[in-house]
Write a protein of this length. Structure first.
Length: 341
């Protein structure tokens, strides 16, 4: 097991380098970088203020000024040289400075990290705590009215993207019924609330609709996976043999079939770590949640490459670590798995 983990950890390094190098190269070759964005905004402001064409021509930047701007944004060096410098700064957690806000990227991420971790943690706990018992009950009550009705709802939820569900929920429950706020993480008067209980209530009131959108995809996948695997194990020979020897059906399910049915869910466990950091870009945009997802979306739209690279690096690291965590969870659940033997 230890040798296997060491080999996996060694593979993390080249995989991480490959992912970040590809994204870094894309940010350099894709049109519309920070310099082009600044020039476009400058031209738009000149046109909006009804300046003459001669003034616009005189205000255009010459080649020397463009070189100065490229040097200021760090775009004047070859891709490999610039990537190597970015990688060296990454080792000391220096993600650079935002080209849009001119603030350290690490400070911007740390500021928004609690929001994304709140939604990631709640999504993780609710999805697993509800989907496992529900999948178990659906397998035991297969082909009943409850199983068929819940399956329809689950498949509909799985087919709809989370951000589409978010728009629907906002339209019905926030705009028309006014039961929930239109978005945000807290109310505008959150700092003026007197007690901790009122603060917690305000956060949960804002979190109901976004959490539904976060959970709906993973919830459907985990529930169906749990049900199908449990039904497969219930029809296996070792369960029939245990029941034939006098073991009660509930004990056979709980002691034997249940554990084997958790193996596929354990393999999905590590991938859920991504939600603890970034959540969903589009869901945070729909609900205007100031987390890392919204920060990443705005960085992509505004060509804020230091922020984009920082979020990509965090995502890649969490995904690679999550795969190792999934392997460990599988080994803990399945006694037949012995890595390296």
């Amino acid at each position: 097991m230890l040798a296997y983990l060491l080999r996996r950890l060694l593979l993390v390094v080249p995989t991480f380098l490959g992912i970040t190098l590809v994204i870094f190269a894309i940010t350099r070759f894709v049109p519309g970088g920070p310099v082009e964005r600044m020039l476009a905004q400058s031209q738009f402001m000149e046109e909006g203020s009804a300046q003459t064409q001669s003034f616009q021509d005189n205000s255009s930047l010459d080649e020397y000024q463009l070189e100065e701007l490229n040097a200021f944004y760090g775009l004047d060096k070859p891709v490999m040289e610039a990537y190597w410098e970015w990688l060296n700064r990454l080792l000391v957690l220096d993600f650079g400075e935002s080209t849009r806000y001119y603030e350290p990227v690490l400070d911007m991420i740390i500021e928004r990290l609690p929001v994304s971790m709140f939604y990631g943690g709640m999504t993780f706990l609710i999805a697993y705590l509800v989907s496992i018992p529900l999948g178990y009950y659906k397998a035991v009550k297969h082909n009943t009215a409850f199983d068929n009705a819940s399956s329809v709802l689950i498949f509909v939820g799985y087919a709809l993207p989370g951000y589409v569900v978010g728009i629907l929920l906002l339209s019905v429950f926030s705009f028309h019924l006014d039961w929930f706020p239109m978005g945000g993480f807290t109310s505008d008067d959150f700092d003026d609330l007197e007690s901790k209980g009122e603060m917690i209530k305000d956060v949960l009131w804002h979190a109901v609709l976004p959490l539904i959108c976060y959970i709906i995809g993973d919830f459907a996948t985990l529930t169906i996976t749990m049900k199908n695997n449990l039904m497969e194990n219930l029809s296996a020979d070792y369960i029939r043999t245990a029941i034939a020897k006098g073991l009660p059906f509930k004990d056979a399910v709980r002691k034997h079939a249940m554990q084997n049915s958790l193996i596929p869910l354990a393999s999905h466990f590590g991938n859920s770590l991504l939600f603890f950091l970034t959540g969903s870009f589009l869901i945070e945009v729909v609900f205007n949640i100031d987390g890392i997802g919204l920060l990443g979306y705005e960085a992509i739209m505004e060509r804020d490459y230091p922020v984009v690279m920082a979020i990509v690096a965090l995502n890649a690291a969490m995904l690679l670590v999550g795969n190792i965590v999934s392997d460990i969870c599988v080994a803990l659940v399945d006694p037949r798995v012995r890595f390296g033997e």
